[in-house]
Design a protein around this ligand. Structure first.
Ligand code: GLU
Length: 490
């Protein structure tokens, strides 16, 4: 066998520094567990000044979703998980899309056959029988076909899969950074399919070939791959390649028994954003699902995560995704934003409910920032800016404010001319004029401001008080509403 191709491929592999990869399948959304994997993988690369690679694993043609790769790019970019090599950026070990690497896998399958660690299997079996490994090595008639027979049948165009030849005896041990050493008797490992009839590799083969050829030093992925890790080690050994560090992360759970799953309605990253969570809060919270910085501190931006991240902080036990905890993080992140930044993120949500171009969304945002836990709460709180709901007289009655229907009517009647004649429409001007009016009427400011706020908003709970609401609504609209208020309490 001419090895020059393989030697050239070896020569391309960067040999120094940490190299990690995120290897999503383009499913059309970013699962929370996948986001966490991407984050940890990125953190390892950044922490050690290494290289972070994006590889698209699209060999499962049945699962392909249009536009899904764009979602991956967008999610990584939104989250600040910048990659150094990938399909869009290129790099020394491309292509970075598995279907574009197709020819490579067949070559490496041949190499493995040559080295005695794989064989062609010509038996017709259903995909599921192949995948489940039910067809065990002991009874596969192709396992011991003489090489010339196998070569001749392949050359004659007979379809085949390539299977890994697992030794009958012995024990395979692999090391995981979180789980330590795990040993499995080889008799328990199946001769898994490496190359399918269509010439495309299975995940089980492609991940090993690609991770090696891309010079990956730390393989970070979910524990669902843990049971296959001994077979991967046998592949690395079969090729004579160095085994990378494995980091298998415990699943993110919905509750103590079930993994989070999009199919069962659990939110993906995109769903969380649509539910009004901020990307930074999601990233911070997701980082703590299965990793601990080893202290009391919980709030980290992405750069800080990269600085403090260590493999030692990763946990063996599954983490439960707690939406209330995430909401708590989100509220804290919202409060910490600058008013301008909050106005920018809140604006689309404000505009869902407030279409009137005369109303300044930044002014509404200022009222909302300290009382918003999720951006999705916003539209429901502020619809009254566009349209005054029908006024319910009972809302004008409030014991603490000493407000009754009668006091409300008097207050509104008195307030209108004062507001009409205010030289300036500002919080200070409105507030001081109303305080002065209350004093001259011999009532508490609250007795005046309560009906004002109810009249301009039509609702019991409002973001902001009467003064701010009037200022944002503008003089004309405020006075129009105060008149409607008089009608309602009369
Ligand atoms: N494509 C695999 C997945 O999305 C990646 C597993 C890995 O990172 O090795 O689950």
């Amino acid at each position: 066998m001419d090895l020059s191709f393989f030697e050239e491929m070896e020569a391309r592999i960067p040999k120094s520094g940490v190299r990690t990869r995120f290897a999503p399948s383009p499913t059309g959304y970013m699962h929370v567990g996948n986001l966490r994997t991407a984050l940890y993988t990125w953190c390892i690369a950044r922490h050690y000044g290494g290289t972070f690679i994006l590889r698209i694993e699209d060999t499962d043609q049945a699962r392909l979703v249009e536009g899904a790769v764009d979602i991956i790019y967008k999610t990584l970019a939104d989250c600040g998980l910048s990659h150094d090599e990938g399909p869009d950026l290129g790099g020394p070990v491309g292509p970075y899309v598995q279907t574009e690497r197709r020819a490579l896998y067949a070559k490496y399958a041949d190499l493995l056959i040559e080295r005695g660690h794989a064989y062609r299997c010509f038996c017709e079996k259903s995909e599921s029988a192949e995948d489940s490994g039910v067809f065990t090595k002991t009874d596969d008639p192709c396992r011991d076909l003489p090489r010339e027979v196998s070569d001749a049948r392949a050359a004659a165009g007979e379809p085949f899969v390539v299977r890994q030849r697992i030794p009958h005896e012995g024990v395979t041990t692999f090391h995981d950074e979180i789980f330590g050493d795990i040993s499995t008797p080889n008799a328990d490992l199946d001769d898994q399919v490496l190359l399918k009839r269509d010439g495309l590799p299975t995940y089980n083969f492609a991940n090993v070939v690609d991770d090696h050829l891309m010079g990956i030093t730390h393989v970070v992925r979910g524990t669902e791959y843990l049971s296959s890790a001994p077979k991967y080690n046998l592949l690395y050994e079969g090729f004579g390649w160095e085994i990378p560090k494995y980091v298998h992360c415990s699943p993110v759970m919905r509750d103590s028994h079930n993994k989070m799953s999009k199919r069962h309605g659990d939110p993906s990253y995109e769903d969380l954003i649509a539910q009004g969570f901020l990307t930074d809060a999601v990233v911070n919270y997701v980082a703590l699902l299965g990793w601990s910085p080893g202290g009391e501190r919980e709030f980290f931006n992405i750069q800080e995560l990269a600085e403090v991240f260590t493999l030692q902080g990763l946990s063996k036990s599954p983490a439960i995704f707690d939406i209330d905890k995430l909401t708590h993080f989100n509220a804290a992140y919202i409060r910490a934003l600058s008013p301008e930044a909050f106005a920018a993120v809140a604006e689309p949500w404000i505009r869902q409910a407030v279409k009137n171009p005369a109303v300044d969304p930044a002014a509404i945002a200022a009222l909302l920032q300290q009382r918003t836990e999720r951006l999705s709460e916003i539209p429901g709180k502020i619809g009254f800016f566009d349209e005054l709901p029908p006024l319910q007289p009972e809302l004008f009655v409030n014991k603490k404010a000493k407000s009754s229907l009668e006091s409300s009517k008097n207050a509104l009647l008195a307030a209108i001319p004062v507001l009409e004649n205010l030289p300036e429409w500002s919080d200070e001007a409105i507030l001081s004029s109303m305080k002065a009016l209350a004093e001259s009427l011999g009532i508490k400011p609250a007795t005046l401001l309560w009906p004002l706020r109810i009249a301009v908003s039509g609702q019991l709970v409002t973001p902001g008080g009467a003064v701010e609401l009037c200022r944002i609504l503008g003089r004309e609209e405020s006075i129009r509403r105060l008149r409607l208020g008089i009608e309602a309490v009369s």
